[in-house]
Design a protein around this ligand. Sequence first.
Ligand SMILES: Nc1ncnc2c1ncn2[C@@H]1O[C@H](COP(=O)(O)OP(=O)(O)OP(=O)(O)O)[C@@H](O)[C@H]1O
Ligand SMILES: [Mg+2]
Length: 485
Amino acid sequence: MAKDKTQYTCSECGGNSPKWLGKCPHCNAWNTLIESVAESTATAKNRFASLAKTAEVTTLADIDATDVQRTPTGHDELDRVLGGGIVEGGVVLIGGDPGIGKSTLLLQALDSLQRAGMSDAGPPQGTKAPSGGSGPRAAGQRGGLSGTLYVTGEESGAQVALRSRRLGLDGSQVSVLAEIQLEKILATLDHVKPAIAVIDSIQTVYSEQLTSAPGSVAQVRECAAHLTRAAKASGTAIVLVGHVTKEGALAGPRVLEHMVDTVLYFEGDTHSSFRLIRAIKNRFGAVNEIGVFAMTEKGLKGVSNPSAIFLSQHSEPVPGSCVMVTLEGTRPMLVEIQALVDSGGPSPRRLSVGLDRDRLAMLLAVLHRHAGVACMDQDVFVNAVGGVRISEPAADLAVMLAITSSLRGKALPKGFIAFGEVGLAGEVRPAPRGQERLKEAAKLGFSVAVVPKANAPKKNDKAFEGLTIHPVERIEEAMNLVRSL
Ligand SMILES: Nc1ncnc2c1ncn2[C@@H]1O[C@H](COP(=O)(O)OP(=O)(O)OP(=O)(O)O)[C@@H](O)[C@H]1O
Ligand SMILES: [Mg+2]
């Protein structure tokens, strides 16, 4: 029946409703229901049926569990977020702001995989195995998959070629397909049998089965499901490039993130040259690991020692600046937090870049209540330098010290760092792996640290040499201490 053919799908949660509603009945988001083509229960069941192959019931002990084979991409920082490399049949979703470098990085990765001879069908094309990994697989293991395929829907083949020349990838043997129709892409994947394929981007791909426009919820979901199924069935690793919404979340239905094995996110300020890739979800490795890159004329280059890149270089300390040590994944990094407190109008503004705005409001309340620092009639702006996004609460103490420093117009001492979570009762709580953070600060020549008491080292360690550590338990204690330094 004609009236059964359309339904309304929420772009936030993917929930369905037979008629249009202003508010999604599933996740309560407003204005998110979008018309899409209803699929029969049979097709919907079919969609996931082949994601996991059915097998006999066995005990875990009897299953032969060899660790997944990973092929390093040749870019250490990318491998770090992937958990070691590309996994056979694995599906990776990579999102990020426009122009941040998604296509650039993937083209570079495909090229180095191609050059390393990502093949098992015959002798590897390159003589050199990819660095630091297992190298190309033994014959037969990948069912004759070989080579790399770049499916471009956003740019023409010529544009991709132009980019590859600019990146210095002369003579690149990466196969390129300019196509946006899912059925044709699937047929090509089946025919070419690449070991890894990049789909740039999933929002441009459309299936003939659906009448809705490319990029719509139904199309994105359907195409991603088909491609995921193809990856699992053939063993081809697929990387999907995803657009992000204005809010910075991956565009498309939430189910997209559940469908894939790994979700990576590009972060960073397009105006600075540094880019971060964060793993949001990874079925084959640790999450919250980050990879750091620098955008250069020749594309993205990994930054293996990123601890000091998010510091702005002041020759003398300036008011409103406080350095913190953040620990993302396995590496501590020093990030400068800047605050500007300025007299505001009747409704003062609170703005934060790279930090959570609600948390800023909370910290201002704690500052007022427990340390007697009032910013009620002031505009407060805070910023994490370099476009880095800090989600961990260990930034609290540094944010509060930067705000107080700006309010008083008095700079913090030279070589000063602080970190620690601040609770609503004004207590300073320890940050995870505090000692590692302190060691990194000492290594980079910082001399004064204000840290939560539980993070202060118990015994004298050579690693902290040159760093005077002041343990604090409460926010007022930290404020008094800083004033006396
Ligand atoms: N000639 C150049 N020299 C240096 N950097 C360049 C040059 N041309 C482009 N870039 C960099 O490459 C970036 C574009 O990267 P890329 O096309 O990979 O982004 P993207 O994430 O794929 O974007 P989109 O979402 O639009 O596809 C630009 O923002 C710029 O920083
Ligand atoms: Mg692109």
